[in-house]
Design a protein around this ligand. Structure first.
Ligand SMILES: NC(=O)c1ccc[n+]([C@@H]2O[C@H](COP(=O)([O-])OP(=O)(O)OC[C@H]3O[C@@H](n4cnc5c(N)ncnc54)[C@H](O)[C@@H]3O)[C@@H](O)[C@H]2O)c1
Length: 247
């Protein structure tokens, strides 16, 4: 049995994760932690193999240090990591010989959206991303949108910019945040869980690749798989697709 602690268990994703861990015959729920709990003590007392973290971008780096200091692997669903954070996590993994998964999106549909987008960009290099989330999301643009743009950039090098530089009519930019040449637009409205559209434009045509999260159950097969795979892995894994392809 793989012993799993859920950090942030009172939250929306944490509650769903507790149920998913309890329902899987190969996983044992070894503890639950939230703000103010002694996560370090809980890990060492339970001899936990893995900690799943769905908390807040402002505490996620500290949580990774606590988890890895106490000998468990980290399955991190919390978003908002910068490139500098990822470089630091890679160092932590090497120094402590532990495994850390950073998964901007645990759902298979979202992973496929990213993969198809990277492929489509080879043929249609003009692309923008619109991501839609609930209005309580703490970071923008979403980790999924940033990761999608990174994958497209890796796939094709530079994408195309618009042929005409449009004049901004307002003080703030209406054209989105840039990852390479790719513009990302973040919508924050009640009613959404998490959706994303990757839009390609070509001569006389557009192509949209869209993923919609209907409810948070969609993330759970990925979380369960990650607990099983990361229990025996060392190093930083960035993206659940790296574990799916091993199956
Ligand atoms: N990777 C994915 O597939 C995926 C999917 C959905 C959400 N997310 C991300 O997961 C994170 C959590 O989302 P949510 O919707 O469950 O948020 P939420 O606000 O519902 O829950 C967060 C929980 O974390 C707890 N928390 C905050 N600081 C803590 C700390 N220092 N130690 C322990 N617990 C702490 C809060 O008390 C709360 O219970 C966000 O960063 C969100 O973007 C990732």
């Amino acid at each position: 049995m793989i012993k799993v602690i859920v950090n942030g268990y009172k939250g929306k994703m944490g509650q769903e994760t507790v149920q998913a861990v309890k329902s899987d015959p190969e996983l044992e729920l070894a503890g639950r932690a939230d703000i103010g709990d002694d996560l370090a003590g809980m890990i060492s007392q339970a001899k936990a193999d893995a900690v799943v973290d769905f908390t807040h971008p402002s505490v996620a780096m500290q949580n990774i240090r606590t988890i890895t200091d106490n000998g468990a692997c980290a399955v991190i669903g919390t978003t908002g990591f910068t490139d500098e954070d990822l470089a630091e996590i890679e160092k932590i993994c090497e120094e402590k010989n532990v495994g850390v998964l950073i998964a901007p999106n645990f759902s298979i549909g979202a992973v496929l959206m990213m993969k198809f987008a990277a492929e489509a960009a080879k043929h249609l290099p003009n692309v923008e991303i619109i991501e839609y989330h609930h209005d309580n999301k703490a970071d923008a643009p979403s980790g999924t949108a940033i990761k999608t743009a990174q994958l497209i950039n890796e796939s094709v090098g530079a994408t195309q910019t618009p042929t005409v530089e449009s004049k901004e009519q307002l003080e703030t930019s209406s054209k989105g945040a840039l990852v390479g040449n790719i513009r990302i637009h973040a919508v924050r409205l009640p009613g959404f869980v998490a959706s994303q559209e990757v839009i390609f434009g070509g001569k006389g045509q557009t192509l949209s690749i869209r993923h919609d999260t209907i409810n948070r159950e969609c993330f759970m097969p990925g979380v369960v798989l990650a607990c099983k795979k990361m229990a025996n892995r060392k190093g930083l894994v960035y993206g659940i697709e790296n574990l799916l392809e091993e199956n």
